[in-house]
Design a protein around this ligand. Structure first.
Ligand code: G6P
Ligand code: MG
Length: 216
């Protein structure tokens, strides 16, 4: 019997990848690096600094900047990204999310957020669903990012459930790996790339039933 649901945010609850892309692309352009949408897929689920490192490697500029410069680049991208996030409203929830969370709340099933994003509380607030989550893991407290299971294990612990009592939801391969390494049931939300290792894959949350997931 499953007792709690743990969600990734970007790509599962709302589609922020397009805003990340606009902000990273502008910064990359300024650094003389051209990125495209296909490259952007690699940045899903990856922390802000790791995303920057991947962009610099892609442009063969990984050894050109000091740590202070890199931090300033990441900060600049984030300021732009947060400006774009101002546009978010509850209409930006992905299909089925609101209904799924409402049903989980009616059945007293606790829900948590396991996202690498430091902007998660702000995004959930803009989407009008922050109160649906009993916990939001603070990525600043993590030693390792996905695919390490740490973030999902911390979420289960904070929800007071065992890992094998949790269902995790993810749109990125690194996230599915993290959920499976944590010993949880993994639901993949499929976009472009196929998600290997997920126990179940859907295109959007309205294909799922809360009751059925509690029995997996
Ligand atoms: C999510 C996104 C990544 C992003 C990361 C950090 O995992 O999928 O693309 O880099 O969050 O987001 P942040 O809002 O902290 O820059
Ligand atoms: Mg994601």
């Amino acid at each position: 019997m499953r007792k709690g649901f743990i969600f990734d945010l970007d790509g599962v609850i709302t589609d922020t990848a397009k805003y990340h892309y606009v902000a990273w692309k502008q910064l990359a352009d300024e650094l003389g690096i051209t990125i495209d949408l296909a490259f952007n897929e690699q940045l899903k689920g990856i922390s802000r600094m790791d995303s920057l490192e991947r962009i610099l490697e892609y442009g063969k500029k990984e050894n050109q900047y000091s740590m202070e410069e890199k931090e300033a680049f990441a900060e600049k991208k984030n300021t732009h990204y947060v400006t774009l996030l101002q546009e978010l409203t509850p209409a930006d929830l992905l299909p089925g999310v609101e209904q799924f969370l409402k049903e989980a709340a009616e059945k007293n099933i606790p829900c948590g957020i396991a996202s690498a994003s430091k902007n998660a509380p702000f995004i959930l607030d803009k989407l009008g669903i922050k109160e649906r989550f009993s916990i939001i893991v603070d990525p600043n407290t993590l030693a390792k990012g996905k695919p390490d299971p740490e973030i999902f294990l911390q979420a289960a612990n904070a929800l007071s459930i065992q890992p094998d009592e949790a269902v995790g939801f993810e749109d990125a391969q690194a996230g599915i790996q993290a959920i499976k390494s944590a010993g949880m049931y993994a639901v993949g939300i499929e976009t472009q790339e196929a998600l290997e290792g997920a126990d179940q894959v859907v295109k959007q949350l309205d294909e799922l039933s809360v009751d059925a997931l509690l029995r997996v």
